[in-house]
Structure formats: C-alpha cells, structure tokens
Write a protein that binds this ligand. Structure first.
Ligand SMILES: Nc1ncnc2c1ncn2[C@@H]1O[C@H](COP(=O)(O)OP(=O)(O)O)[C@@H](O)[C@H]1O
Ligand SMILES: N[C@@H](CCOP(=O)(O)O)C(=O)O
Length: 324
C-alpha cells in the first residue's frame, strides 16, 4: 500500500465522501448450473462508508457482529484498499457501518455480497469520470470470489448465467441476465450450523464420469426455459450430477430434505455450497405448501432451521454517493 508521503496528491481519495450501498443475497448453482447459474433474492446487506483523514474502522449490526474484525482487517475495507491501491489511488481513512442480514457460510452469497459492496465502494471513491461499469464490478468481485455465479445476480439482479473467457489479461468474466417467470418463488430453509464455501469446495472431485456430465448438461440446458417461461420443467431442470452428492457428507440433513421434497415433486436444490436448501416453487400456492412441509420437517431436527419465502430480487446492488 503506498504511503501518503509518496502518493501524488492528485491520487488521494478526498475526505468526506459518503456512500450508501445495498446488495442482495443470492442462491447459486440452481442444481446443475454449478459455478454458472445464480438468482438474486430479497434479503439485503446494507453498508454506509465515509472517507476520513486517517484510520480504518467498522461498526457492524447483525450477522458477524460478534466475530468480524472492526479495524483495517475487515474484509470489505481490505478489498477496497487493495483495489484502490491496484488502480494507483491512496485512501487515507475510512469509517464503515454495516447492517448484515445475509447469513454467513450458509450458501446465500454473503462473501460475494461483501466483495460487491467493496467494488461499489471503490466506484464511489474514484472520480466520476473513471466510469466504472457493472461489468467491472462483475470482474473485480468474481476475481476475488474465484467464481461468478453469486456475483452476477447480485450485480445485475434476477437470474444470471455466467462464464469466463480467457484473454490476454487472464480470465474475463461474462454474464447474461434473464428475468425469471414472475410466478417462480424461492423458498429457503437455512440451518443454524454453517459450512464455509471453501470447505465445501474441497469435497468436489477433480473429474466426473462422462455419462454424468452428459446428464448434467441436458438438465442445465433446461434451466433457463424452466426458470423463465416453462416452470413446469423446474423439477427435471434442477437435477444435478456435479456437486450435491459429493457434498452430502458435510450436510446430510440438507440432502435428506432435498430428496424428500423432490419425491413430492418440488424442485429442491442445495443453495450455493450449502447447507441452506432452496426450493423453486412454480407459484405462490406451491411456495406456501413447501414452506409448511419444510417447517414440519424442521420441527423434528436437532438444529434450528429458518424457513423463509423470499421474493426474487429483479434489481441488483444499488449505491448512492454524496461527494463533498
Ligand atoms: N458483510 C460481510 N462483512 C465482512 N465479512 C463478510 C461479510 N459477509 C461474509 N463475510 C466473510 O465471508 C465468510 C463467509 O463466506 P463463505 O464461506 O464463502 O459463505 P457464503 O456462502 O455466505 O458466501 C464469513 O465468515 C466472513 O468471513
Ligand atoms: N458455485 C459455488 C457457489 C458458492 O455459493 P455460496 O453462496 O455457498 O458462497 C459452489 O457451489 O461452491
């Protein structure tokens, strides 16, 4: 990190910039769309940042308030400083206030939301003529995450399919945004016991049998039509062969609920890397039935499950900036 003494004044972020940022939770994979498909849901982290003369501090309400660092080691502060440094800008100080509603390490994209909050903060702190686009936010946050499937829906809103294309500078992340069918309603069941995404990724095999890859490809191809125009295809469209069964030992209860819900005809999947499960109901009536069934199953569990019907968030992350 460049020191103030060696940084040209023109590249110092001014004191007194304030920005308010709001980022939705996301459910990634949607069954067979591993590391590609994702959807934004109506549950939000909110953040206010203010640039100061000196020092880095965070105050936190909600998720993580008892264990996240409140100094320069806070993930969002770290990411803001790294990106600004990379771009040749010095940030003398920052106060951050976070209202965290997205549960951590449950498979609802909290770390992607934090990386997008950092990327949006960088946009707020740079001069307006830098013209940071949503594609830059997608790129920065996906580089930090290592995969774009949570990042894209949190940036663009709705349903997204993402991929990466190698170019001269490394990997370029791309994404296509689609609007889900208005009746499709996600129902999530969030267990109290967390599972970090990094740990869940260690359970994945380095290769899968060709026949299973073929089966997965045919279902992944169904995801876009099922989610947008033909919700009656949701059950076959959400069958996966790439990740869920490999992660079963780390979340046996989640997989047991999924098997039972799918036997009943509901499109249940692991949300992201789990252990939350998500059912994509064809309409609100099915969502109510699913929520009742999940609540009944949860009552027999040794851990608490938070069952929620969450609307699709058709708009992605937002930011308002006040410059001195
Ligand atoms: N708003 C936040 N502020 C700071 N750190 C966060 C925030 N959200 C997530 N994190 C960090 O990311 C971790 C969760 O990331 P991860 O295991 O990938 O799970 P998730 O599925 O929730 O993204 C948290 O334990 C915390 O270290
Ligand atoms: N494709 C990733 C998605 C991780 O999502 P998260 O919400 O659990 O961070 C994976 O399955 O590892």
């Amino acid at each position: 990190m460049a020191s103030p003494a060696t940084t040209p004044p023109a590249n110092r972020v001014p004191v007194g910039i304030v920005a308010n940022i709001k980022v939705p939770a996301t459910s990634a994979n949607l069954g067979p769309g591993f590391d590609s498909a994702g959807i934004a849901v109506g549950l939000y982290d909110e953040l206010q940042i203010r640039t100061t003369e000196t020092g880095f501090s965070a105050t936190i309400d909600g998720e993580g308030q008892n264990y996240l660092p409140t100094d320069a080691r806070h993930l969002i502060i770290t990411q803001i400083r790294l990106r600004l440094d990379h771009l040749g800008w010095h940030l003398p100080g920052l106060e951050l206030h976070a209202i965290n509603r997205i549960p951590h390490s449950r498979g609802l994209g909290s770390s992607a939301a934090a990386h997008i909050a950092a990327a949006l903060a960088v946009k707020a702190l740079l001069p307006q003529d830098c013209e940071i686009a949503n594609d830059d936010l997608l790129q920065w946050a996906s580089e930090a995450e290592g995969h774009p499937d949570n990042v894209a829906p949190a940036v663009f809103g709705g349903l997204t399919f993402s991929w990466n294309e190698p170019d001269d500078h490394g990997n370029r992340y791309r994404s296509l945004q689609l609007l889900p069918h208005p009746e499709v309603t996600p129902v999530v069941a969030i267990p109290s016991k967390p599972l970090s995404t990094a740990a869940a990724r260690t359970l994945l095999p380095t290769s899968v049998p060709h026949g299973e890859a073929v089966a997965n490809a045919s279902r992944a191809a169904l995801l876009a039509p099922a989610m947008t125009t033909n919700p009656e295809l949701l059950l076959p469209a959400t069958e996966d062969w790439l990740h869920q069964k490999y992660r079963q030992p780390s979340m046996p209860e989640t997989l047991a609920h999924i098997v039972s819900m799918r036997e009943d005809g509901h499109a249940a999947v692991v949300s992201g890397a789990g252990p939350t499960l998500c059912v994509f109901a064809k309409n609100r009536a099915e969502a109510d039935v699913v929520a009742d069934k999940l609540t009944q199953r949860a009552a027999k569990s040794e851990q608490h499950w938070d069952v929620r019907i969450l609307p699709v968030a058709t708009q992605g992350a937002t930011m308002e900036v006040f410059r001195p």
